[in-house]
Design a protein around this ligand. Structure first.
Ligand SMILES: NC(=O)c1ccc[n+]([C@@H]2O[C@H](COP(=O)([O-])OP(=O)(O)OC[C@H]3O[C@@H](n4cnc5c(N)ncnc54)[C@H](O)[C@@H]3O)[C@@H](O)[C@H]2O)c1
Ligand SMILES: [Zn+2]
Length: 790
């Protein structure tokens, strides 16, 4: 960071000054200072900033730069000379005994190194040979408070304010459970000011905003604002309802305190019952400091609270005193800021997408911005309830968050800017009709949050998503069939009737059928977009000399389609886009039944009984096969040569033909999958739950309720020896002593493995990805069903 004017004592040569500032620079400086003051008021007083921290920081740096080049511009009331934080008239002003400071920021490891070297040189100059120990801490994204204890009694709490005068928030702070009203132990200083950061735990933040919106109030943009808003309530009862917490990170005025280091002080404060952070370290050199920064850069979101950086402090109080302060920041401490994860951008529109199973998902279309290393222009809003809960309107400036590799999220609107938007903001209304096919939308069943386009068969949007899905890595794995090709196959600009109107068509495609497919693309002349044009998609453009022919990708597409026909059964099942039926359930089905024909012929009960399938998926399967056009897909794929059964090893004797076997508890020689495999390859059925139709229950160590049920129903129970005999010779080998094995079972033990049986994977429901969708709801049903089964 560029140095402030006050830094002159650190002997930094100023470079680049180009003479006295001209009028333009003076004006830029004045406008910038004014703007920064305005943002500080919105941020500190109203807990409702209108620009992102990153934008604010950029303005602040620009001001510092101007002042570094033209020190004449620096006045006492410049924002660079003040701790930003006005005192609101809503609170009683109180003076801190010792001043509170802000922190100097650095935004890269290079800048940090410059700072560390400078501080080291500063120490060397004043205390030669002293050496520095670095105290590193998380920079908690909350708000600073100053706690005044007299003889161990909390007598006052205040916000930082402008560093000299803060706001009296004693009553509110008294509602925070982790802050002691009386310090533990004895021998407390007569007076001590303890500084810390009050924060809003990340986990509770989403729920708070939902409550705010439901109560017709503006949601907070982030946990930091939520902490500030909650703590600066006029009614302490309101504060008491918020789950605020605090960590201490400093000390102000004190009488008779023995510690000589900041870290030693933390230990003392901890012994007094004050909340100290578990994360601080005392480090010996710069490399360790950098490693600490990198570590928490990777674990930024595994913490109780948000952080926006790392604070590095000189641990020794003597050296801290030697380095001193500027009017705004200590010279013995610096804040390294991580790259911003939140930016503000305009929400241009809210559109809806119709997914693979017809689910209608609203998503925000935004002015593109760079955040956390990528350019973002769209973010899902999941469903209309989420749009409502977030309180966003079309045309709002919104806070967009992208944490690392996580998908971008619209956090909420910047309410303060709402009135200024042109055109005026408007509410999002969920369409009644499918934007792709015009069919009336409806919930799959009453009370569902999600609404769907029921026109599964010919809704172009759903077909496109299914075609894209069937080509995916987890299904047929047709690399040449990506997103654009899926559009070209199902919704080309020409011809009017697309090459594919149902996925049943896919294996009947021929290169000839793709010759006329054209899509619309930007027309570019010398790299400049001059309009739109129609271009062939699957064929080369062609000239009189060199006629149009299938492109290399198109030829690859047909090679891959041929290969796809030989994929194992489970992949074919995934490719069918049956709700809840993803790779896990598909593998279980393929193993249990071996062929599409047998899966199709199975009853709902038989399907549900398969370990790894369960009732929800069974219903989805039978409902799927009940549709004519679905069966037609299977039939036409079969006719086209898609392999619909897995090869069976004929060498294994089919000793278990007609038997249903349930394995429970853990066996020594087989894991769960191997046991199942052994049953199925011998012609038996491996079921997940015990019923009167069960032929045998194999009970291993810690068998639980399934064993009890078997005993209650009088089903024959085998131990591992018995199981092996059964596999080898069939039921004849066991005649007479089928139940002689309960010794292997521990009736008091809980079954360690039954619970996952039949739980649908919510990710199989196209676009659900872990939210309140129908898939997740169904998952809960099945989970409890599975528990009941033991
Ligand atoms: N968006 C806006 O409009 C707007 C306006 C003003 C300020 N801001 C943001 O506020 C910040 C600047 O404000 P600032 O002056 O509070 O400076 P700062 O947040 O950069 O650093 C100083 C503060 O860090 C806090 N802190 C957290 N953990 C700490 C620790 N372990 N040790 C010491 N201190 C710790 C203290 O409260 C201290 O006062 C910037 O992030 C800026 O982007 C934003
Ligand atoms: Zn539709």
């Amino acid at each position: 960071m560029t140095s402030t004017a006050d830094d002159a004592s650190l002997d930094i040569p100023r470079t680049g000054s180009d003479g006295p500032p001209d009028g333009d620079l003076r004006e830029e400086h004045a406008l910038l200072a004014e703007e920064i003051r305005k943002h500080r008021i919105a941020y500190y007083q109203e807990a409702a900033p209108t620009v992102s921290d990153a934008e604010f920081d950029a303005l602040f740096r620009r001001l510092e730069e101007l002042e570094a080049l033209h020190p004449e511009l620096v006045s006492n009331d410049s924002p660079t000379q003040e701790v930003g934080g006005e005192v609101s008239s809503a609170f009683t002003p109180v003076d801190h005994l010792a001043r509170m400071y802000s922190l100097e920021d650095v935004f890269s490891l290079e800048e940090l190194k410059v700072w560390l070297d400078r501080a080291t040189a500063g120490v060397e100059q004043r205390s030669p040979g002293a050496g520095i120990q670095w105290l590193t801490e998380l920079k908690i994204d909350g708000l600073a408070v100053n706690l005044l204890y007299r003889d161990g009694e909390l007598v006052r709490a205040a916000t930082r304010g402008d560093g000299v005068t803060g706001e009296d928030i004693t009553h509110n702070v008294l509602t925070i459970a982790s802050i002691p009203k009386r310090l533990a132990g004895t021998d407390h200083p007569e007076v001590v000011e303890i500084r810390g950061e009050v924060f809003f735990p990340t986990k509770e933040f989403g729920q708070l905003n939902e409550r705010m919106v439901a109560a017709g109030k503006a949601p907070f943009a982030n946990p930091r604002n939520a902490a500030a808003g909650s703590l600066r309530q006029k009614d302490p009862a309101m504060t008491a309802e918020r789950p605020l917490d605090m960590y201490v990170h400093g000390i102000g005025a004190r009488t008779g305190l023995s510690a000589e280091t900041q870290s030693g002080t933390y230990e003392l404060l901890k012994a007094w019952g004050l909340p100290t952070s578990p994360y601080y370290r005392v480090l010996q050199d710069q490399a360790e400091v950098v490693a600490f920064i990198e570590h928490y850069g990777d674990h930024r979101h595994d913490l109780l609270h948000e952080i926006d950086g790392i604070v590095v402090k000189v641990d020794s109080f003597a050296l801290q005193r030697a380095l001193g302060h500027t009017s705004r920041v200590p010279r013995w401490s610096v804040a390294y800021k991580y790259p911003p994860e939140e930016v503000n951008t305009k929400l241009l529109d809210i559109l809806v997408n119709v997914g693979r199973t017809g689910r209608v998902t609203p998503f925000g279309l935004m002015e593109q911005v760079k955040v956390a290393g990528s350019t973002v222009g769209m973010a899902t809003l999941h469903n209309q309830e989420v749009v409502k809960a977030k309180g966003v309107m079309i045309g709002d400036i919104v806070v967009l968050r992208k944490a690392g590799d996580v998908i971008p999220e619209i956090v909420g609107p910047v309410i303060a800017l709402r009135d200024q938007q042109d055109p005026p903001v408007r509410e999002f209304v969920m369409p009644n009709e499918c934007p792709s096919c015009g069919t009336a939308l409806q919930p799959a069943k009453e009370g569902d949050v999600d609404i769907r386009c029921p026109n599964a068969r010919s809704c172009p949007s759903q077909l496109r998503e299914r075609v894209f899905h069937l080509a995916g890595r987890g299904a047929f794995d047709i690399e040449a069939l990506g997103w654009e090709a899926a559009i070209a196959l199902t919704q080309p600009a020409e011809p009017e009737v697309p090459p594919i109107t149902t996925e049943a068509d896919i294996f009947d495609l021929t290169p000839e059928k793709l010759a006329d497919v054209r899509i619309e693309r930007d027309k570019k002349v010398k790299g400049v977009v001059t309009g739109r044009e129609l271009v062939p998609y699957f064929y080369s453009k062609g000239t009189a000399k060199k006629p149009s022919e299938p492109s290399a990708t198109t030829r690859k597409l047909f090679t891959e389609l041929e290969k796809a026909k030989r994929q194992p059964l489970w992949r074919v099942l995934v490719a069918l886009s049956i709700r809840h039926v993803g790779p896990t359930a598909s593998r279980a089905l393929a193993t249990a039944f071996g062929s599409m024909e047998r899966i199709r012929a199975a009853t709902e009960e038989e399907l549900a009984d398969v370990d790894g399938v369960g009732p929800t998926i069974a219903v989805a399967l039978t409902e799927w096969f009940a549709e004519d056009w679905h069966r037609e897909i299977v039939d036409r794929w079969t006719a086209a040569g898609v392999r619909m059964e897995d090869e069976v090893d004929e060498s294994t004797p089919r000793t278990l033909e007609g038997l249903t076997v349930v394995v429970t508890g853990s066996l020594e020689r087989y894991n769960r999958d191997e046991a199942k495999e052994a049953i199925i390859t011998r012609g038996g059925k491996a079921a997940g739950s015990v019923s009167k139709n069960t032929s045998y229950v194999v009970a291993g160590e810690n068998a639980g309720t399934k064993l009890e049920k078997a005993e209650a129903l009088g089903v024959a129970v085998l131990d591992e020896e018995g199981f092996m005999a059964l596999l080898e010779h069939g039921p004849a080998a066991l005649a007479g002593n089928a139940d002689g094995s309960s010794s292997a079972a521990d009736p008091t033990g809980e079954s360690g493995q039954g619970s996952a049986a039949g739980e649908p994977d919510p990710s199989e429901d196209e676009d659900v990805a872990g939210e309140l969708g129908a898939g997740a709801g169904a998952g809960t049903d099945t989970a409890s069903a599975a528990r009941a089964e033991g």
